[in-house]
Write a protein of this length. Structure first.
Length: 330
């Protein structure tokens, strides 16, 4: 078998981009590209954007022998049928048979799964969770997505909708999340929440907020989570307070996750997870207060391996572990 045999094509579809990469059986991304996604027009225009991203990687002159295509798409979706149901980030698709459409064009087996589920699988197969049996994965950025892997397989639940850990409520009197529930960890600890918390603190005490104010052009209302991260990296005390508050909220949430799933590793990725990395020990110190599991201190909390390429690797991973592809393209 040559180095170009048995390759997977990982496709990561978001609200603004389609990222595509050729991945080998060891989880290495050999080549990748990115094109804009058309998410707010017709279903056909959205599909055409995906075709335009995939086409360059399946032409014969590239020399790639693509074995199957794995697609990470925003949920909710049905991984068994490959139908995208009603994703808020890609409103052009409602009950859209994405796997069928892709396999119909390329005549290659196709799998579709939730982006966080697929990323969790990639981390388990090739990344930071390799060698672990019970994996809980969270990507923390603009939102919070999660995936659960047991014995090398994604836990989908009865209808395929399991793993929505970002919408676990930890404060029933808290702010209303975009999902409609109150006090979800997403509305409390994702990037927009960090920015909002910082703006409140800056407005209340601008004399202590020099670094964040400077980064935001002197406007308290313009402070973002990125400004918080930059100020924290420079040693700003108020920025540290904002992120410490966030770490404590995540400790409550992860303590509940441990009690529910008893994982043997916790993997976190995304921009917010990266900015919080210096506070991982703080999170681990706080978790026993919110967890009855006596082994919580022994559970590793680690940074994801794939970072911004999680969707590409995740798409490949759902192909690599698949024993019965939903659409064979025939």
């Amino acid at each position: 078998m040559s180095g170009t045999d048995g390759l997977y094509l990982g496709v990561d579809i978001g609200g603004t981009k389609v990222a595509v990469g050729v991945v080998n059986r060891e989880g290495q991304i050999l080549q990748q590209g990115r094109t804009p996604m058309v998410a707010n027009r017709t279903p056909e225009e959205g599909l055409a954007a995906v075709f335009g991203a995939i086409d360059p990687f399946v032409t014969s002159e590239r020399g790639y022998a693509i074995q199957s295509i794995g697609i990470c798409a925003p949920g909710p979706l049905n991984p068994s049928t490959g139908v995208v149901l009603n994703p808020p980030n890609v409103p052009c698709w409602r009950n859209f048979p994405l796997a069928e459409k892709i396999s119909g064009k390329y005549r290659i087996p196709v799998r579709v799964d939730n982006d966080a589920n697929a990323a969790a699988l990639a981390e388990t197969r090739w990344g930071a969770a390799k060698g672990y049996r019970y994996v809980f994965y969270a990507t923390i950025g603009t939102g919070i997505g999660t995936g659960i892997v047991f014995d090398g397989k994604i836990y989908h639940g009865h209808t395929g909708a399991a793993g929505e850990g970002g919408h676990v409520t930890i404060d029933y009197r808290g702010p209303v999340c975009a999902c409609g529930k109150r006090g979800c960890i997403e509305i409390l600890a994702a990037g927009p929440a960090i920015g909002a918390r910082a703006r409140i603190k800056v407005a209340a005490d601008p004399t202590r907020a020099g670094a964040m104010l400077h980064l935001a052009g002197g406007e308290a209302a313009a402070v973002t989570s990125e400004n918080v991260a930059q100020a924290f990296a420079a040693g700003d005390q108020m920025a540290g307070e904002v992120l410490t508050d966030t770490a404590e909220l995540l400790a409550i949430w992860l303590g509940n996750i441990v009690d529910l799933f008893d994982p043997d590793v916790l993997v976190v990725g995304g921009g917010v997870a990266k900015m919080l990395q210096p506070l991982y020990e703080k999170i681990k110190e706080e978790m026993p207060k919110w967890c009855v599991n006596p082994n919580v201190r022994q559970i590793p909390l680690v940074m994801a391996h794939y970072g911004a390429d999680a969707g590409i690797a995740g798409g490949a991973a759902v192909c690599a572990v698949s024993t019965g592809l939903a659409f064979e393209g025939i």
